[in-house]
Design a protein around this ligand. Structure first.
Ligand SMILES: NC(=O)CCC(=O)C(=O)O
Length: 265
């Protein structure tokens, strides 16, 4: 499988429309890849909270249309990152879109863990409730999660229980916590014996420099490739069959003890 992670720069000197066109062109350049991934909230920037309302779009809005076309033009599975989605009741969600090579919507996922504690995304957006997997016929199953979700291992375990072998994590992770990003991506890969494809943004928006450093980790926890800080397309080839081999040779997932009693004391 060949995967390309598009670590696009999100800076304030570019309009959303211009960045959407640029993202579509970058996806077009990845024809020949099996899977292409864009980051979280790349239209506005994950920390541009004051832009969310104005830039919010319906699920099948301009970003959906542009990315569906980009996926079918390039003939790739496209995890198009996330958009600020406005639902029919006017509520906002941080919603990821995954397209098949025919340009059909294969899945959408509303981010479950919202970042910001008592401000920003955590108050401006609603929380998703449903973990989501996507079956790539005859190949593998993707489990999707978004940015801050990376800190919550129980979500990833639920995805693995549903058959996920490749965990795809679009993000807008800040430079300040770059060490957590790399560590958590490796931890989610090792504990779940799965590939982790984590795609961040470059650039600076709302005064928050982005970490970049998109990363691909194999089921043994080895880093197969990692980007630098700037805009970059990180391309990596790997064998999804390594998940089954790793789980067979080192069957730790089979040793889980479920339903533990509460701790004594
Ligand atoms: N957009 C996000 O979810 C940011 C997450 C983050 O900065 C962190 O977990 O640290």
């Amino acid at each position: 499988m060949r995967a390309s992670l598009i670590q696009i720069a999100v800076n304030e000197d570019e309009t959303v429309e211009a960045r959407r066109l640029r993202a579509a062109a970058l996806v077009g350049e990845q024809a020949g890849a099996d899977l292409v991934v864009l980051p979280e909230l790349w239209t506005t920037g994950a920390f541009a909270f004051e832009e969310f309302d104005a830039a919010a779009e319906p699920l099948r809005g301009p970003t959906y249309e542009a990315m569906a076309k980009a996926a079918s033009d390039a003939g790739v599975w496209l995890h198009a990152g996330s958009i600020p989605e406005r639902d029919a009741d006017g509520r906002l969600y941080n919603t990821s879109l995954v397209f098949s090579p025919a340009g059909d919507l294969a899945a959408s996922y509303r981010k479950i863990h919202r970042f910001g504690f008592d401000k920003g995304e955590a108050v401006l957006m609603g929380a998703g409730r449903e973990p989501v997997t996507v079956t790539v016929p005859d190949t593998t199953t993707l489990g999707v999660a978004t940015c801050y979700d990376l800190r919550f291992p129980e979500l990833f375990r639920a995805l693995v229980d549903a058959g996920a072998e490749i965990l795809v994590v679009p993000a807008g992770w800040p430079e300040r916590r770059q060490s957590h990003w790399t560590l958590l991506a490796q931890a989610r890969a090792v504990e779940n014996q799965a590939f982790v494809l984590a795609c961040g943004t470059a650039g600076t928006h709302a005064g928050v420099p982005q970490a970049g450093h998109s990363i691909v980790v194999d089921p043994w926890g080895e880093v197969l490739a990692q980007a630098g800080a700037g805009e970059e397309v990180l391309t990596v080839e790997f064998d999804p069959g390594k998940v089954a081999r790793t789980r067979e040779q080192f069957p730790a997932l089979k040793d889980r003890v479920l339903g533990l009693a509460p701790p004594r004391g």
